[in-house]
Design a protein around this ligand. Structure first.
Ligand SMILES: NC(=O)c1ccc[n+]([C@@H]2O[C@H](COP(=O)([O-])OP(=O)(O)OC[C@H]3O[C@@H](n4cnc5c(N)ncnc54)[C@H](OP(=O)(O)O)[C@@H]3O)[C@@H](O)[C@H]2O)c1
Length: 308
């Protein structure tokens, strides 16, 4: 469906969410690959340090009214692909991305990459993960639009292993888990996800879904990686079965609903529950799609944390 482009002209990619963690890195990788990058910013965001850095890297900054399909259509004109790295709840993931894809279609843009970047939500039942339910809902709308869509699925951001994901307990020297310590889990760094997404944005022949994992590791694999990274022996700590985790999610959601937060504690717990069921395991993996991309292993991410 993509329109032929002169081989001499660099591709133009519109990036929504380019002031965010992932979006900034996607824009950076696109520029490194020689693309013309147009970052869509909400009014007032041009003075953010990330926006200033984007301009310095060579991106064009375009302030748009994200509530207006007309404004978004003008901003998408002439682009080869629109990449969304927006983050938010229903208004952003379903509402704003629907306006964005309609604008891309109106502007004649041939390709669209939605802000998915997750475990495989296509295999999860409704209600098991609030944020991924929103992605499934948006992608159903996306599939109604006359545009070539590609979703990048990358598992859990590996960087979370040294941050919000409470799996590697550095102080206690334990790996915390629920269910089965041998269940394979998918992890990819934010940086590698961005590098892959940029390559996909410039590839006019991508399929509907691309699945990647910087490393597939079970809880026992995390244990080995943590021990290798720190030079200290890590043990396992099983908090309970998946039924117990499901109960904890319900209790946490009742006590701390935090409905307006994108990542409240119970949502992170839903993510881990999903992963431990094995349902959203990414398969088959498309890691070799762009052979120049080197996948960062878990041990390296954990070792960097040690050096901080
Ligand atoms: N797989 C995983 O483990 C994992 C973990 C984290 C995130 N993710 C996913 O990765 C994607 C990007 O997340 P991120 O962490 O990079 O997000 P982020 O750092 O919070 O950045 C979000 C971006 O969206 C923009 N945005 C948010 N609300 C907006 C609105 N109402 N109007 C216009 N722009 C708006 C922000 O613009 P401003 O700068 O103007 O605020 C920013 O550019 C999301 O799909 C997220 O769910 C995946």
């Amino acid at each position: 469906m993509s329109s032929p482009r002169s081989t001499s002209a660099p591709a133009t990619v519109v990036v929504a969410g380019a002031t965010g963690d992932l979006g900034f890195r996607i824009a950076k990788h696109l520029l490194q690959r020689g693309a013309t990058v147009r970052a869509l910013l909400r009014p007032g965001s041009s003075s953010k340090p990330e926006a200033i850095a984007l301009r310095q890297l060579g991106a064009t900054l375009t302030e748009v009214n994200f509530d207006s399909i007309i404004s978004l259509t003008a901003a998408c004109a002439g682009a080869d692909c629109v990449v969304s790295a927006l983050s938010g709840l229903r208004e952003v993931i379903v509402g704003m991305q629907t306006r964005l894809v309609k604008a891309a279609v109106a502007a004649g843009v041939p390709r669209f990459i939605p802000s998915d970047y997750s475990i495989d939500y296509t295999k999860l039942p409704d209600g098991s993960n609030r944020n991924l339910d929103l992605r499934r809902e948006f992608n159903q709308r996306l599939d109604q639009q006359p545009i070539q869509a590609t979703s990048v699925l990358n598992g859990m951001f590996m960087d979370l292993l040294t941050g919000q994901a409470p799996l590697v307990l550095f102080g206690l020297k334990r790996i915390l888990y629920w269910g089965d310590a041998d269940q394979p889990l998918d992890f990819t760094t934010v940086e590698d996800t961005a590098a892959f997404t940029a390559a996909a944005a410039l590839d006019s022949a991508t399929p509907r879904y691309l699945r990647v994992a910087g490393e597939v590791a079970s809880i026992r694999g995390l244990q080995a990686a943590a021990s290798a990274a720190t030079g200290e022996s890590f043990g396992l700590m099983r908090a309970g079965g998946l039924g117990f985790l499901a109960t904890m999610i319900k209790v946490t959601r009742t006590l701390v609903p935090a409905r307006d937060e994108v990542f409240p504690p119970w949502q992170g717990m839903q993510y881990m529950h999903n992963m431990f069921t094995g349902l959203p395991k990414l398969e088959p993996l498309d890691n070799d799609q762009y052979p120049e991309i080197r996948w960062t292993p878990i041990r390296e991410v954990l070792a960097k944390r040690e050096q901080k």
